[in-house]
Design a binder for this molecule. Structure first.
Ligand SMILES: *Cc1c(COP(=O)(O)O)cnc(C)c1O
Length: 404
């Protein structure tokens, strides 16, 4: 078993060796610029890019022509929101989203608010799910866009994209989804779900970093965007700049593997994820699941361990690479804004761990993780008087902490 064990697959994934194999010639012999129209070097690169465009589109039921290549999901999210807001600003200035979206969405919304757009942040319940009735009530005659992610990158909760798409389409409002954590892990079909724009990225599906895609619907309705990057008119004029052809070829290969192996991969992830959850919860009490119990990403397990300190836990299991619910790697010790939006208390948010299981994880790694987590949590709790009281049945919340 290789250590540390990588269980942070929502942050990034290891490049699949088959993807690397497909990419290699495009760094060396096949180095042409896909926009060079006058010679074979350009034609060869263009052909490879167009094949990848087809492969990436097929993953979400889109046509090749509807896919733009970008530098990643962050750029795709920015282009979708700002591009639509700019282009349709005469029509309206209202956008609807949720507080649990990725920062690429939320920070872009904040920027748009500064420019005079109005943003509605829907409530989420304790599982991170939105209320479709509240969404239906949130539309105004100024609403131009709804942006809701497919699967949440922290807690795994899935949004009901099909129902959202029905509501937006009925009202002639555009629907964008950040599908970064959804592609390959759930059924995603831009036609069936009435999705008009969708962002995703290669490095979350075992492809290379620095290459992403934005789906932009061409028919019924034809979606228009104001570009963020101007130049040579690449990508239908919506995103100029020489294409990263090796990266795009890798993205295409990764998308194809994802599509073909989706079913067996989902089974693999669910089996490992459920084993991890049962293994931990079978041995430890006071462990809470964050996110939706069933409507969730197959490889996501987000747990809060009451009566332990998140940082001590992460340090204790240092041979396992995971993420914590507090941004304790950054300067702030602020608990995760996603967990906070769910109403998870600061103490539980601080003691939460996101396990992100991926294609290359094994049963052996999961069993080792269970063993380590149980050991470390038990040891930390031995030092906790609160845990002892909780075990004796004292409700910690009712304790009067006054000194006299
Ligand atoms: C990783 C991630 C992004 C950012 O993708 P990059 O390609 O790294 O820019 C955006 N949204 C979600 C949901 C993500 O998980």
């Amino acid at each position: 078993m290789r250590k540390p064990i990588y269980l942070d697959n929502h942050a990034t994934t290891r490049l699949d060796p088959r993807v690397l194999e497909a990419m290699l010639p495009y760094f060396t012999e096949k180095f042409g610029n896909a926009a060079s129209r006058n010679h074979a070097f350009g034609w060869e690169a263009e052909e490879a890019v167009e094949q990848a465009r087809e492969q990436v589109g097929r993953l979400i039921g889109a046509e090749a022509k509807e896919m733009l290549f970008t530098s990643g999901a962050t750029e795709s999210d920015n282009l979708a929101l700002v591009g639509v807001a700019e282009f349709y600003k005469e029509k309206g200035n209202h956008i609807i989203t949720a507080p649990t979206e990725h920062k690429a969405i939320l920070d872009t919304c904040h920027m748009l608010e500064q420019k005079g757009f109005r943003v509605t942040y829907l409530d989420v319940d304790k599982f991170g799910s939105i209320d479709l009735n509240q969404l239906a009530d949130a539309f105004t005659d100024k609403t131009i866009l709804v942006s809701l992610m497919a699967a949440n990158n922290e807690i795994g909760t899935l949004h009901p994209l099909g129902e959202v798409g029905r509501l937006t389409r009925e009202r002639g409002v555009l629907f964008h989804t950040d599908a970064t954590q959804g592609v390959g892990h759930m059924d995603l079909d831009v036609e069936a779900m009435n999705i008009d724009l969708a962002s995703f990225t290669a490095h979350k599906i075992y492809g290379p970093k620095g290459v992403g895609a934005l789906y932009v619907r061409r028919r019924k309705p034809r979606v228009r965007l104001t570009p963020l990057i101007n130049g040579g008119g690449h990508e239908r004029g919506m995103r100029s700049g020489t294409l990263n052809s090796p990266g795009i070829v890798g993205f295409g290969a990764a998308a194809e593997l994802c599509r073909v192996e989706a079913r067996s991969e989902r089974e693999h992830l669910v089996a490992l994820r459920d084993r991890l959850r049962k293994g931990i919860q079978g041995e430890l009490d006071f462990v809470h699941l964050n996110g939706h119990p069933t409507e969730r990403h197959p490889g996501n397990l987000n747990l809060s361990f009451a009566f332990v300190e998140g940082e001590s836990l992460i340090m204790g299991i240092s041979d396992i690479a995971v993420s914590s619910g507090s941004a304790c790697t950054s300067a702030s010790l602020e608990p995760s804004y996603v967990l906070r939006a769910l109403g998870v208390g600061d103490d539980l948010a601080h003691s939460s761990i996101r396990f992100g299981i991926g294609r290359f994880n094994t049963l052996e790694e999961i069993d080792h993780t269970i063993k380590r987590v149980v050991e470390v949590v038990s040891r930390l709790r031995e030092m906790s008087p609160l845990y002892e009281m909780a075990q004796e049945g004292v409700d910690i919340k009712t304790i009067n902490w006054s000194a006299h």
